[in-house]
Structures are given as structure tokens and as C-alpha cells.
Design a protein around this ligand. Structure first.
Ligand code: SF4
Length: 355
């Protein structure tokens, strides 16, 4: 089934379009000290190599904004400055030439200061992402009781409403919106409500999604439901650890819903069962690592036995069926080679290169 995307405005983050039906872009955030230019640029390059289309960097100090000019000179994708409490950092980042600012206006209580950031972004012609986070909302009432989801949702929407009204009063509409929580149903409800109310493009993500396993699952849960309903224009999967993994998870989610087609292979493998006589997870891990170097779209299957493997891999472009004495390579369902177990990953990669 084809997903009908939510109709909204289109904005530009450097060369990348967000919203208005443009392809859903993938972003991530560096976790190096931004002021460490070499480490930050190296991580940006790795993110881009994996498929990041926009990269955000935190700029908590003046040393960080001072590093931006050189980072921007070396980066090959648009760079977003993430500003938390200090409006001066936002102004400095805009002066350095960043392509977008991420601001939590709730953290800059002085509206005069927000107005100065808005004026600077307007002059530079760059968008601002504003959003609410469940973390910045008081989650208990005066008696210390936890608020129910409905109440919390209303508070977050009211807060977002007040920010947006303020930006509109300043005649600034070059906006991207977000509403994040680490709770999956809350995130879904929040984004659905935001998409109903406004026609600004939406940045999807959860806060503190978790480790690679829990974060990938939670992100797929929340983003999957929203994307399937046509909501979302740019995504960031938050995982703790190497942010490069975020890109692979985001690409998987988008390609699973048919929303993007990437020049990278899609890997499927069998779960293994009592028929499998090889260490398939080890083989799959090696194949996955090798596939990250390949820049073409094809479906690759890795199966754990010769009994059912060929049949179960029938819809893959290329399959490796790992038997105990030999590995078999299939191309579009046809057996092409029988190789020694120690050569099977190399043989698979050779056939992928030739494909
Ligand atoms: S391919 Fe073979 S080993 Fe893998 S799940 Fe199917 S029957 Fe089991």
C-alpha cells in the first residue's frame, strides 16, 4: 500500500528540503566535543558515509561555536547547531553559517533574546526547529502526583502553541516542529496532534530512545506508526553509542515502509533452527559489515541450512546458503557456486560486486 504523506510546507536546510512531499531525510547528531574539530569532522564524515543527510552538533560553549566555521568548511552536508540555554550561542552559530538552529524556546525564558535569534535566522534565511520535550515539562501536580498522559499531552501542546504564536508574531515561519518523549504511545499521540494542528514540517524522533537494541525497537515502533500514517518529514533515531548506527536503523525503517530506496543492500537472514549446523550469527555479522561498503540496492539473504535455505531465500537477489561442509551461492534463485565454508563470505561478496 502506498503511504499518503501529510500535506505541509517545505523548508530548506542548506541543500536538503524538508516537508512539502520531499524525501524523508535522515539526520543524526555528533557525540564528540564540537570544539574538537578533527574528531567532529571525522564523525560527520562517517555519518555521511553511512547515509546521514543532515548532521546536528551541540554548541554549549563559545569554544564550540568558534569551531563551527572550520567544521562547516569541511562538512559535505548541512549542519544544524543545537542550542540549549544560551542565546548567544545561537547568534554565534548563525554568524558562523550553520544551516539550521535547533532551539528549545522554553529554555530561553527572556523572549527578547528569542526575538534576537529569530531576527538573525531571518537575516541568514535559515530555519529554526522548535519543539517540546517531555523532559522540559513538569510531570507532577502540586501534590507531587504524576500527571496522566492526557494532561501531559495538553501541557506539551499548549507550550508548543505558545512558542509557535510567538514565532508567528515575529513573522517567522521558517520552522520545523518536534515533540519528543521517551514514551512510545505519548510520542505517537503528540506528533499526531501536532500534524493535525500545524502545517510546518515535522522532525520525528524519541528522546533517550536507548541502547542499540531498545532504541532501534522503540524508534521503529513510534516512527513506524507515524510514518505509516504519512506523518514525518525528517527522522533522527537516537541511540546511545556510535551515532553511525542511528543511520542504519533510520534507513531500515524508511526502506521497510517503502518511503526511501537507498543505494545499499538489504540483508535478510534466517533465525536459524535445529537444522542449522554453522555459526550463522557470526557469518551474518561478517556479511553485514562487508555490505556496508556496497553502494547498490539489492536484496541479500543468508540462510543456515541447505534443506530449506534455498527456498526461503527465493525472493533475494543473491543468497548464501551456509552448509556444514560447503557454502552455496544463489543468484535470483539459481545455484551459481559451491565454495569451502571459509570462503563463503568472500564468494558472496564477489557475486554481489558482479551483480
Ligand atoms: S533456513 Fe534452515 S536453518 Fe534457517 S530457519 Fe530455515 S530451516 Fe532453519
Amino acid at each position: 500500500m502506498k503511504i499518503t504523506r501529510h500535506q505541509n510546507r517545505r523548508i530548506h536546510v542548506g541543500s536538503v528540503e524538508i516537508g512539502g512531499g520531499s524525501p524523508i531525510s535522515i539526520q543524526s547528531m555528533t557525540n564528540t566535543l564540537t570544539q574538537n574539530i578533527d574528531a567532529t569532522v571525522e564523525q560527520i564524515h562517517r555519518l555521511v558515509e553511512a547515509g546521514a543527510e543532515i548532521v546536528r552538533v551541540a554548541v554549549p560553549s563559545h569554544k564550540d561555536t568558534a569551531a563551527l566555521k572550520e567544521i562547516l568548511r569541511q562538512a559535505t552536508v548541512p549542519i544544524v547547531a543545537d542550542v540549549h540555554f544560551h542565546f548567544d550561542r545561537a547568534i554565534e552559530a548563525i554568524e558562523a553559517g550553520v544551516h539550521k538552529i535547533r532551539l528549545n524556546p522554553g529554555n530561553i525564558r527572556d523572549r527578547e533574546k528569542v526575538a534576537r535569534v529569530i531576527a538573525a535566522a531571518k537575516d541568514a534565511g535559515i530555519p529554526i526547529r522548535i519543539g517540546v520535550n517531555s523532559g522540559s515539562i513538569r510531570t507532577t501536580d502540586q501534590l507531587g502526583e504524576h500527571l496522566d498522559e492526557e494532561h501531559l499531552l495538553k501541557l506539551m501542546l499548549d507550550e508548543l502553541d505558545s512558542y509557535i504564536r510567538y514565532f508567528q508574531e515575529q513573522k517567522f515561519e521558517n520552522l520545523v516542529l518536534s515533540g519528543k518523549s521517551s514514551d512510545v504511545p505519548m510520542t505517537i499521540d503528540l506528533y499526531r496532534a501536532i500534524a493535525e494542528r500545524y502545517d510546518y514540517p515535522l522532525h520525528l524522533g524519541l528522546t533517550h530512545a536507548g541502547t542499540i537494541l531498545t532504541g532501534a525497537v522503540r524508534s521503529a515502533d513510534a516512527l513506524g506508526v507515524l510514518l505509516y500514517q504519512g506523518i514525518g518529514d525528517t527522522v533522527r533515531v537516537s541511540l546511545s553509542g556510535d551515532p553511525v548506527e542511528e543511520i542504519y536503523v533510520a534507513k531500515q525503517i524508511l526502506s521497510d515502509f517503502g518511503l526511501r530506496k537507498f543505494s545499499s543492500p538489504e540483508l535478510v537472514c534466517c533465525p536459524t533452527c535445529g537444522r542449522c549446523q554453522v555459526d550463522l550469527p557470526e557469518v551474518v555479522a561478517r556479511v553485514e559489515k562487508e555490505l556496508r561498503k556496497i553502494r547498490k540496492h539489492l536484496k541479500v539473504a543468508v540462510m543456515g541450512c541447505i534443506v530449506n535455505g534455498p527456498g526461503e531465500a527465493a525472493d533475494a537477489d543473491i543468497a548464501l546458503v551456509a552448509g556444514v561442509d560447503a557454502g552455496f551461492i544463489y543468484v535470483r534463485g539459481e545455484r551459481k557456486a559451491r565454495v569451502k565454508p571459509q570462503d563463503m563470505v568472500a564468494a558472496l561478496m564477489e557475486h554481489i560486486e558482479k551483480f
